[in-house]
Design a protein around this ligand. Sequence first.
Ligand SMILES: [Zn+2]
Length: 229
Amino acid sequence: MSVKTKELYKAASRRDFIIAGPQGTGKTDKSNLIASIIQGGKFVCGDVVRASPLLKKLSDDGSLVPDEIINEIIYDGIKESALKNPNGIVIDGVPRTESQIAIIKRLQKEGVLNIVGIVILEGDINKFKARLEARRTCDKCGIVTDVEDAKIKGSKDGKCFMTGCDGVLYQRVDDTPASIQKRINTYFETTAPATKKLAEDLVLIRQNTEASKEIVNRELTEKIKVLIY
Ligand SMILES: [Zn+2]
């Protein structure tokens, strides 16, 4: 078996996914769910780009970072993550542009990825916005909760409900209505069209995430399992 054939053979046994969805649809949670089903890992674009030493140097210098550099970091990052996780990865945050669609296609062609599905999380945006605006974080222990849940668990006067913690539950700056709306707009202007375009040649899985976590997870698990077994 040639090296190339061997690589392709290996790639064929992996199960990679791409996930997309506007703020508040539970993307992190659902990525974790899919990663555990495929017994693989995750590539979270924002985290990887932020952690890049090259990018840090450029932004420290005050340079405007060209798309080509971001794309290079994305290409290398996905490849590294895929090699570390032979069962598959869940890619979150890519593609957002035409050139990022090309990166995914190139990695498919090179036998690095074997994308079996593109998951788009969706539902009533206003419900997700309300969910995000109600989100609270403890300034001491860091637990993430929401206004209602905190009350049920015994929070009084905006204080944390965890035993032994006297922290205050606060709203993160990026959970304010204006900030949430901005990220939702960006999603519909860049990520949604790019993801749908890439999905033209692949299997698209739509998942409404308005229902309870239990119901949504059960539905999504069934859809994923159909594709991987
Ligand atoms: Zn706390």
